[in-house]
Design a protein around this ligand. Sequence first.
Ligand code: SF4
Length: 441
Amino acid sequence: MSGKYFSIRVIGCQMNVYDGDKLRGELLARGWKETGDGDRADFLIFLTCSVRDKAEQKVLSELGKFRRKWERARRPNVALLGCMAARIGAEAAGKFPWIRVAAGPSHIGLAPDAMDDVIENGSRHIFTDKNTAAGLSCLPKTARNTHKAYITIANGCDQYCAYCIVPYVRGRFASRAPEDIMREARGLVRGGAVEITLLGQNVDAYGKDFAGDLAGYTFAALLSDVASIDGLMRLRFTTSHPSDFTDDILEAMGSNPNVCRWVNLPVQAGSDKVLREMNRGYTISEYISLVTRIRNSLPDVGLTSGLIVGFPGETEEEFEQSAALLEKLRFDLVHTAAYSKREGTPASRRADQVPGEERARRLVKVNGIQTEISRQINSALVGKVFQVLLDERAPKGKDLLQGRTASDKVVLVKAPPALTGTFQNARITGYGPWCLEGELL
Ligand code: SF4
């Protein structure tokens, strides 16, 4: 093998997938080559997540395994990128000399130059908040699936939920300029994308930080503008925040048929007291009223949510309110998690932490409830026909492709790989809690 080789590991959210696609595009444009063989790579890139302690510990344990190799062969060079680098990049680099580049989300644009410099001059670049921020300005040229693309529309978050590390590692909320997003979206559609997902920690707050000429340009306006691009068949967005999800977003969804009928609206707790302590900014009755408005205006909507159990001070009764809320609202799917203590957040300083075994018990209980609800909802879809965008080979099952309905249901169908990236009608023939089985018509 000649030339410079890199290998990328993406951990965490879709925003990391998007950054990974951009980084890949930039490195390939500079003459680097990608390899899936970590042993042969000159640089191993870890795009990391700090939301949960477990994910960080896993990366640190993997990084620890390179000691022998490094002492023997001064390989591999590691680039620690993303949220972990913003949080503990300098500390990790002090411990592991094979980390040659560390750059958090706001410095990731500095990584390609730094990696070149490490290979050519044996240097080391540990970027911290003191360095000038630089995002990746290139287009994500080499997404895993060219028919399906992601665009980050805003970075950071100003919500400061009491449990969340994101505002500390991704910084203040900053909307990207609409013309940049439009240029990127048009480029992706020209390159073959038929589905685009707009990404942000809180997409509904898009534009709230605009001043001057752009003041008043909202997420609903952006949604309509992107939806109007010729050739774009599906437009999605995630994640929504109940406090910022305004009715004009529903109107934009209703008047643009290519905006998918899917809303991901994390509730996080079923009790007003816990929501207040989480600093979520809404009450349960406000949340229920929003869900009712969404379901009334988009009857075929897929509604997914998020729930944290065992937040500090959550009593058994408050936990039961969360469980009851799942039964009441019957979401299609819920991303559940046991509260994970993140150093530096207000919730981590509380003395009334719920013990680990209790958090685990509560998680098992809500998972059981939601699994049954999802199974029941999916069972009612058998015999119905959906338009499915076939995305990729299913992780399990021979000759199966995996696709999604507009409402974000995963559907597995028997189909040749050549149909990847195409829209097909499928009749639902079977179901489980997480996905549907179908046959092509
Ligand atoms: S809205 Fe809350 S949970 Fe979501 S990223 Fe912002 S601070 Fe974190």
